[in-house]
Design a protein around this ligand. Structure first.
Ligand code: IMP
Length: 500
């Protein structure tokens, strides 16, 4: 069953897809027994929904350890910290009765400033959009690589903060001046940007003093919690129960995801471990979480198994949940139209972004991509990782479910991937991590029969319907034997999890 043991004191939870796999619930099950819960990648772009004691909590930057008063919750060095959004989240958590006493923030975490948020939003609005969450995450990591980034530590030192902000503003000004001043002003006037307080005038754009005031207030309030978290984690490996809580999913990793439609941190296990100051070999066990029978993606990018293909991608980009409910009051989950099935699954699974409220695109579980997630970056070692399939109960009323077992290449003849040349019709069992090739891959499906019964309330694998066991066995067969499917989740609550 899912949990810590004598030999498994450091455990990681990572998503195998494009985020939103239901990691929050799995992390929460483990957090109950953990001494430390740490996040090491991403920032307020993430959104974990956790049902805790009957109440749903959506956490963004805060680790789920926050739900447990005696647990240390660490925001690690590799994370991107937005002080304003974090303060709001902490206030909301405190109002909901949680204690933030155990919160520790790395002094070395990357600092998100209004400069990066503006760059993110202006690029999405008028530049090369990929459908980001608009939380300034990409530009924050970019600033770091360009050696002009700020750290949380800078909020503690007023002079340094001012100097670095000025330097950063100077560096990005030529880029920002290319946009209409009205756009800049509008974006900086948003509610979550202190309603325009950070805007000065069309020439200087930023009111640096106002940014300093707000960031210094954060430092004053949380000074005691800003520490060297690398050391904190390193000194407790093997001694305390440590949970590493992944953000996003492997397919959104800047290193191993479906580039360029990815986030800007490395959401694989090595990225997560590095982000909290340790290495993957320090992690005793990893739970790799994947949704089935369908998976989702928010934002742009190739999605070979998407139900309704391009029509779905367009629909999700241009519509809201309210509009969808109006247009499709009662979508049929067994419709002949795959697009309509996708709408029905989205409604049933409440697949609307917890951070941005966007419609999540729906597609069948894709084994070539799962294969990639399990093997990229050195892969997971047999016995040190297992798969948890989530949301299987969403398939309860489906007459049949499709499982994508391979692709046929459908692009131009001779497209090169390294030394190989792709020919139309070529069968691929592992997804090509190349934008063109992936966008030109058509899925080959195995049809599986639906189980047509409610999984809710089942607590033992012995009681699972045969059709479901056949479906799970097919996933295991095609995904390979190295990493076993350990458990399935059949509802949002912790106890609705069945060990296999
Ligand atoms: P960014 O992380 O805001 O830069 O967005 C880059 C891509 O990652 C976009 O397609 C986002 O929709 C996606 N993304 C970022 N965070 C999450 C998440 O927590 N769940 C799902 N998608 C995400």
């Amino acid at each position: 069953m899912i949990g810590f043991t004598k030999d498994r004191t450091t455990i990681a939870v990572v998503g195998a897809q494009w985020g939103d796999e239901g990691k929050g619930k799995i992390a929460d099950i483990l957090a109950r027994d953990a001494h430390i819960v740490a996040r090491g990648t991403g920032g307020s772009n993430a959104g974990h929904t956790i049902i805790h004691e009957g109440t749903a909590h959506v956490l963004h930057q805060l680790p789920c350890g926050i739900l447990y008063p005696n647990t240390l919750s660490v925001i690690g060095r590799g994370a991107a910290v937005n002080p304003l959004a974090l303060t709001r989240e902490i206030n909301a958590a405190t109002d909901a009765g949680m204690s933030c006493h155990g919160l520790r923030i790395s002094n070395h975490a990357r600092l998100v400033t209004p400069i990066e948020i503006l760059i993110d939003r202006i690029t999405e609005a008028e530049g090369s959009a990929i459908g980001t969450t608009g939380r300034g995450i990409g530009p924050t990591y970019t600033a770091h690589v360009e050696r002009r980034g700020l750290f949380v530590n800078d909020t503690l030192n007023k002079e340094e903060l001012k100097k670095k902000l000025q330097h950063s503003v100077e560096a990005v000004m030529p880029f920002l001046r290319a946009f209409h001043p009205g756009t800049t002003r509008r974006i900086l006037g948003a509610d979550d940007m202190e309603k325009g307080a950070f805007y000065k005038d069309p020439d200087s754009i930023f009111n640096i003093d106002a940014i300093i005031d707000v960031y210094r207030e954060f430092a004053r309030r949380f000074r005691e919690r800003i520490v060297n978290t690398d050391r904190l984690i390193q000194s407790n490996v093997g001694k305390q129960k440590i949970l590493l809580e992944g953000s996003q999913g492997i397919l959104l990793s800047i290193e191993h995801g479906t580039y360029p439609f990815v986030t800007s941190s490395d959401s694989t296990l090595p990225g997560l471990a590095e982000g909290v100051g340790i290495q993957s070999r320090d992690v005793d066990h990893t739970y790799v979480v994947a949704k089935a029978p369908y998976m989702t993606r928010v934002g742009d990018g190739p999605f070979p198994t998407e139900l309704g293909g391009k029509t779905s991608a367009q629909w999700c980009k241009n519509n809201t949940k309210e509009r969808e409910i109006e247009e499709y009051p009662e979508p049929d989950i067994n419709s002949d139209e795959m697009f309509e099935r996708g709408v029905a699954i989205r409604r049933l699974g409440n697949e609307y972004g917890s951070t941005t409220k966007r419609l999540r695109r729906i597609g069948w579980l894709d084994i070539p991509l799962l294969h990639h997630a399990l093997t990229c970056g050195g892969g997971f070692q047999s016995g040190r990782a297992s798969i948890i399939l989530t949301k299987l109960d969403m398939g309860d009323t489906m007459d049949d479910v499709r499982l994508c077992i391979a692709y046929h290449y459908a692009g131009k003849k001779g497209y090169a991937i390294g030394s190989s040349r792709l020919l139309p019709g070529k069968r691929m069992c592992v997804a090509p991590m190349d934008q063109y090739a992936l966008a030109n891959s058509t899925p080959l499906y195995r049809e599986c029969r639906g189980w047509k019964c409610s999984l809710r309330g089942i607590t033992s694998a012995n009681d699972l319907p045969r059709a479901l066991l056949e479906y799970i066995a097919a996933i295991q067969e095609y995904a390979g034997d190295d990493v076993k499917i350990d458990a399935i989740s059949v509802g949002p609550r912790g106890h609705e999890t069945i060990a296999l």
